[in-house]
Design a protein around this ligand. Structure first.
Ligand SMILES: C[S@@+](CC[C@H](N)C(=O)[O-])C[C@H]1O[C@@H](n2cnc3c(N)ncnc32)[C@H](O)[C@@H]1O
Length: 258
């Protein structure tokens, strides 16, 4: 194991509370080394010293390692299945479902869920909970302003109804904005309420995690769901050990707690 990287991980854990051990080593180490080399650092020790004295670089680093690309209705086919198959089932049980977008990045996923919920149950009282570890991403999410790359899967009708064109950008309208509540949560460290959610959406997050962190997180999600609740993961993510979590697969990327 590279001792330069070990040193860096230890220092970052102490400084920020982010445990880089939980993320896939090769991928994370490559990203960090590339970034440090771009800044002219000859080692990760030197890079860490730079982060210690330069607040802006430190914030850039945190933003960079969290990889927070997102877009509205990411994987449209999967969202369609969620909308047509899962939402009606949830809404048959309650008009006020508790929905969580975990690892929401800049908010596109949570707003997509809010649009679906608004269309299917406009009187719904609960706000969608949307959480991330990255403060910068949450700030952008609360602003709700997106360029066209992020809205390419939004149909014309929805674009007209729910977005305001501001110059080259699109702002999500207040009717949808007020239906989402953003909070900072570290999925690996913080506790979740138990037996609480009707739907947990955690997409393109576990893909970056080492197996042990992924298993631990999936156990926590399993406990946070109500019986009969659903879990929606990313297009390239698959869950194993379904029995242990008490899940069954009910669609592509869709699982139900039985
Ligand atoms: C690629 S984005 C996924 C965004 C959205 N879910 C989607 O699929 O479009 C991954 C997000 O996971 C967040 N993340 C990574 N580790 C986390 C942790 N330990 N706790 C909370 N969020 C985390 C990152 O900050 C980032 O915003």
């Amino acid at each position: 194991m590279d001792s330069d990287y070990e040193y860096f991980k230890r220092k970052i854990l102490k400084k920020s509370g982010v445990d880089l051990n939980a993320y896939k080593t090769r991928q994370m180490q490559r990203r960090i080394t590339t970034l440090s080399e771009k800044l002219g650092c000859k080692s990760l020790k030197e890079y860490y010293r730079l982060l210690e004295r330069d607040r802006k670089r430190y914030e850039d680093f945190l933003e960079y390692i969290t990889i927070n690309f997102s877009e509205f209705f990411r994987d449209p086919e999967r969202f369609k299945e969620l909308e047509e198959k899962i939402f009606p089932e949830i809404l048959r049980k309650t008009p006020n479902p508790r929905i969580w977008s975990a690892g929401c990045a800049t908010g596109e996923e949570a707003y997509s869920l809010a649009i679906i919920l608004y269309e299917k149950s406009p009187q719904s009282l609960n706000r969608i909970l949307a959480t991330d570890i990255d403060k910068g991403a949450l700030k952008k999410a609360r602003t709700g302003l997106y360029d066209e790359n992020h809205i390419r899967n939004v149909g014309k009708e929805r674009l007209r109804k729910y977005f305001l064109k501001i110059g080259e950008n699109y702002e999500i309208c207040d009717e949808i904005k007020k239906r989402v509540k953003f909070n900072e949560i570290d999925l690996l460290k913080d506790d979740f309420p138990q037996g609480f959610f009707h739907l947990i959406v955690c997409r393109n997050v576990i893909i970056y995690l080492e197996n042990s962190a992924k298993e631990m997180l999936m156990d926590k999600f399993g406990l946070a769901l109500r019986r009969g609740g659903f879990f929606f993961c990313g297009g390239t993510e698959r869950l194993f050990n379904l029995d242990r979590m008490g899940f069954k697969c009910v669609g592509t990327c869709l699982y139900k707690k039985i």
